[in-house]
Design a protein around this ligand. Structure first.
Ligand SMILES: Cc1cc2nc3c(=O)[nH]c(=O)nc-3n(C[C@H](O)[C@H](O)[C@H](O)COP(=O)(O)OP(=O)(O)OC[C@H]3O[C@@H](n4cnc5c(N)ncnc54)[C@H](O)[C@@H]3O)c2cc1C
Length: 533
């Protein structure tokens, strides 16, 4: 049987030490071994029973219960002071084929995969590689869990693909302690797995587009996500370039996404007419304290998978332009770690000269994160057409009211169907500020104050925006979620309150949902959770 070890605790924090916050107990559940229970489905069902038992225990004690993955979110989104559950040992892959596939599924059978919640992006990529498949996109690195990524809306910079939740096609939720609380959600317009698959995992099916879209980016608030069905695609290669280009051109590309008519082009990446091709991925790095004339940009072009190709690791492992925190840490390592001195250096420093090229799979390109120390990250989503304006007002605020020890990057993603995804604009620019943590002093504002000023400055300049749920901000800023999501926030709450009983809505709430007002109790509407297919 699945086993849970429970540790009494006093506190908990994230991988980048954004806490600590209080914690009473930590549960760690492991699946039964395959020798004792050979069927993967059997082990999966056995663990589901154990999770229901733990949820029941929390309810009986009048306490909260919160699952977490790799602790890579830097906000309080994964925290609860009562009981927290570590999922990383729950990493089964349940193969699906034949009668497991819904007869009206629009997906290729060979592209559908079902993983338990705690499976990391790295492990999933390895399973997919063995089938000649790949994820469509991931974040900048690979240590997060699938459920953690989906729950906060993790993105890379795949302009025409979107975020992790955008390739999720089925969600198995445990919404309470009773057998009937095991539900399998899908879109009714795009069913993926069959009723008989759901029966195999003891789940009751609800096919309903709006409910499904609400449950995708749910910040842990829709119950315990036990398993996720995803659509993969054929393995492909990414030809990656890191270059320095004129600032004006880099920003014009951000605003227009018109790679065809830009004066910037890469000779190998042009069409038959000699014009530039649109890349799979586009990212800009910049230092807000130094008005550089040129910006570092990263571009990737999708290529068919063919072997042999040159091993990309020499380049990827030694590149500082992989994830933004790592870049800043690498820059900061050159100087004594006093923040004011470091910021002074940033005023002089230009991002190092670069001309990199590598070719590899998605799995090889978005590799391990190399830094695990204290760090912060702010990330706002804006319409890409507002990207230059947002960059100007935020970097002005940062240099006038700051300084803070961070640098900026921009990535670009397609709009998501998830109700509360921050990828809300047709092409969303994620403008990120990552850096080393600092303490408030006479000269430096606090991290929370900086988060608040970002919100105020964007509001004052009439720039519609969203915030990355897994990153730092002033999450209790009044009216924040309504400002960002309007009616969609109400819709999300309505679906949550209809799927969960009032008792369970409290068990699966936390301070993050309370601070943002997303915990609001509304009368349930049984009509919202009707299966439409
Ligand atoms: C080095 C680094 C690089 C990063 N790069 C990116 C990036 O490129 N793009 C990007 O968008 N973000 C990035 N992030 C942010 C981060 O990856 C996300 O916020 C992500 O959610 C973390 O996944 P996790 O598995 O660690 O989940 P956690 O942070 O542990 O949890 C996230 C949320 O998921 C919920 N949750 C997790 N598992 C379950 C479950 N089984 N059931 C219900 N709820 C669950 C938690 O309660 C919480 O609300 C990065 C973070 C770091 C530290």
């Amino acid at each position: 049987m699945a086993e849970t070890v429970t540790h009494p605790k006093t506190e908990w924090t994230t991988i980048h030490k954004n806490g600590p916050w209080k914690l009473k107990r930590l549960h760690i559940t492991t699946n039964e071994g395959s020798t004792h229970l050979p069927s993967a489905t059997g082990r999966y069902k056995d663990t589901a029973n154990e999770i229901r038992r733990l949820i029941g225990e929390a309810r009986d004690q009048g306490e909260g219960f919160r699952a977490f993955g790799s602790r890579w979110s830097m906000s309080q989104v994964a925290h609860h002071p009562d009981s927290m559950h570590y999922n990383r040992y729950m990493n089964l892959h349940i193969p699906v084929s034949g009668t497991d596939i819904h007869q009206n599924s629009p997906y290729e059978e060979e592209n559908l995969f079902f993983f338990q919640c705690g499976t990391t992006i790295k492990r999933i990529s390895q399973v997919l590689e063995a089938h000649g498949k790949s994820l469509k996109t991931s974040g900048a690195s690979n240590g997060q869990t699938l459920a953690g990524c989906m729950s906060t809306g993790v993105h890379g910079s795949a302009i025409d693909v979107g975020s992790v939740q955008d390739y999720v096609v089925g969600i198995n939720l445990i919404t309470g302690p009773n057998p009937d609380d095991n539900v399998y959600l899908e879109r009714h317009s795009k069913p993926a797995l069959s009723d008989s698959f759901a029966q195999k995992i003891n789940a009751r099916v609800i096919r309903n587009d709006e409910l499904f879209n609400a449950a995708l980016v749910s910040m842990g608030g829709f119950g315990f996500i036990h398993g996720i069905a995803i659509e993969a695609e054929d393995r492909f290669l990414l030809q990656r370039y890191v270059k320095k280009i004129d600032k004006e051109i880099a920003l014009e590309l951000a605003e227009t996404m018109d790679f065809r008519n830009s004066p910037f082009k890469i000779d190998e990446e042009t069409g038959p007419d000699g014009k530039g091709l649109k890349p799979y991925h586009y990212k800009i790095f910049f230092n807000p304290y130094n008005d550089e004339k040129k910006y570092v940009v990263e571009l990737m072009y999708k290529k068919p998978y063919t072997v042999p190709y040159e091993d990309p690791f020499n380049t990827i492992e030694n590149s500082i332009y992989t994830d933004l925190i790592y870049l800043l840490i690498k820059i900061s390592e050159k100087w004594p770690r006093t923040i004011p001195f470091f910021i002074k250096r940033l005023e002089k420093n230009i991002l190092p000269e670069v001309n990199e090229k590598s070719l590899g799979t998605l799995y090889e390109t978005f590799w391990d994160a190399q830094y695990k120390g204290p760090a912060f990250a702010f990330s706002v989503g804006i319409d890409h057409k507002d990207s230059t304006k947002a960059l100007e007002v935020l970097s002005k605020m940062t240099s006038e009211e700051g300084p803070i020890p961070g640098i900026f990057a921009m990535r670009f993603i397609k709009r998501s169907e998830a109700t509360l995804s921050f990828a809300r604009f047709p092409v969303t620019c994620m403008l990120e500020i990552d850096g080393v943590q600092w303490k408030k002093s006479k000269k430096l504002m606090s991290q929370k104050e900086y988060g608040r000023r970002m919100i105020e400055v964007l509001q004052q300049n009439n720039i519609p925006f969203t915030l990355h749920w897994g990153k730092n901000s002033d999450w209790s800023f009044p009216g924040l979620v309504d400002h960002m999501f309007g009616e969609d926030a109400k819709k999300w709450k309505a679906y949550r309150n209809s799927l969960l009983s009032p008792e369970m809505a409290t068990v699966f709430s936390n301070d993050f949902l309370i601070d943002t007002g997303l915990d609001e109790a509304l009368p349930p509407d049984p009509g919202l959770i009707v299966s439409l297919g």
